[in-house]
Design a protein around this ligand. Structure first.
Ligand code: ASP
Length: 348
């Protein structure tokens, strides 16, 4: 519950701290970065007291480096937001950058019909360090989470805020382990950019459908894997992936506009997997552009054997969408039709 007396005008934001570099310190013995408690982090940002609204905090136990995150964590996070949805006007999630784009994509499927902002942020340098990027990321995320337009939240969807930019969560990918601008959304415009003012791109922001309650899903099916093509990939490698026990779906990472070799053993192996009820979704290894299996013969062969186009989905959106679709639909036709749809703006 908000810890201050709440008036009608007072907005309330919940910060959920899950871990990541933003809250880490160097272990004096090993010299390695490890997560620290949230109070330490808050002590570094006295500026938070200047916000004119209620800011409450909730810490996950344990806090983790995001490389440790598993799908059960996404469900726990979605459930936490759902449980506090009626009480708060917006949510800011502090999260490691390594798998932030996976979590953002997963949340967009697990929490549909969102009418309030859920903003993930973190940093490349811990908040206690002199040149940290964490303070600006956190402060602007809180401001965006509380911002309104015509009395409604400006950004009622799952987003990532990083280095002056607000991205649509399920269109975002981490592309730099070095620079402060660690994220990109190569196939979707920015939702906002912050300078002296925060400039929103209202046309790119999803508008919630009137009077639809937020919908929590807690079922994810992880019987899915990636198969990334490269010249020289062997029949043995492809077959050992396609014969993984219990595997139900494969994300085929193809070349360019969705192209793959037409080697008979390769096409036959994919076709046999589909014939047995397996699902193959084609996404491109290129970050920009989309899969168009009608462009080249090498792509069209995949289309003919029943490979589904993932169009311009990021790998993060593709794998979390598949876990969601396999978790919610059991018939092949229902799974296929959900995969061809944009469920929450993850494909153009
Ligand atoms: N390994 C860290 C994490 O993802 C990196 C970061 O936060 O930037 O938790």
């Amino acid at each position: 519950m908000p810890n201050k007396e709440r008036t009608d005008e007072a907005r309330a934001i919940l910060i959920i701290y899950t871990g990541g570099t933003i809250g880490m310190v160097k272990d004096p013995v090993s010299g390695l970065l490890k997560p620290l408690d949230f109070q330490h982090l808050l002590n570094q940002i006295p500026e938070l007291k200047q916000f004119g609204f209620i800011i409450d905090t909730l810490t996950f136990d344990p806090v983790v480096d995001s490389s440790e995150i598993q799908p059960g964590f996404w469900i726990k996070l979605a459930q936490t937001i759902y449980d506090h949805y009626g009480i708060y006007d917006g949510f800011v999630i502090l999260h490691g950058t390594d798998t932030m784009a996976f979590t953002a994509s997963a949340l967009s499927f697990l929490l549909r019909n969102l009418g309030k902002p859920v903003i993930l942020t973190g940093s490349q340098l811990p908040i206690g360090t002199l040149r940290t990027d964490g303070k600006e990321n956190l402060i602007s995320s809180i401001e965006i989470a509380a911002d309104t337009y015509n009395g409604n939240p400006v950004v009622p969807e799952v987003c990532i805020y990083f280095e002056y930019k607000l991205f649509k969560g399920n269109r975002t990918t981490k592309y730099s382990a070095e620079t402060f601008n660690a994220f990109q959304s190569p196939n979707y415009p920015l939702l906002a950019e912050s300078g002296v003012h925060i400039q929103y791109n209202h046309d790119a922001i999803t508008k919630p459908e009137d009077n639809k309650p937020v919908l929590l899903t807690k079922k994810l099916n992880t019987n899915v894997t990636f198969l990334k093509l490269y010249p020289g990939i062997s029949e043995k490698v492809v077959n050992s992936i396609l014969h993984i026990d219990g595997l139900e779906a494969v994300i085929l990472e193809t070349y360019g506009a969705g192209n793959a070799p037409r080697l008979p053993w390769f096409i036959n192996a994919l076709s046999a997997f589909i014939q047995k009820g397996g699902i193959i979704v084609n996404i491109s290894q290129c970050m920009v552009g989309l899969v168009d299996m009608a462009q080249y013969e090498t792509g069209n062969t995949l289309h003919q054997i029943g490979v589904i186009s993932g169009r311009d989905m990021t790998p993060e959106a593709a794998v979390t969408k598949l876990m969601f679709v396999l978790g919610t639909a059991s018939s092949i036709s229902k799974r296929k039709s959900l995969l061809e749809l944009s469920i929450c703006g993850e494909i153009s």
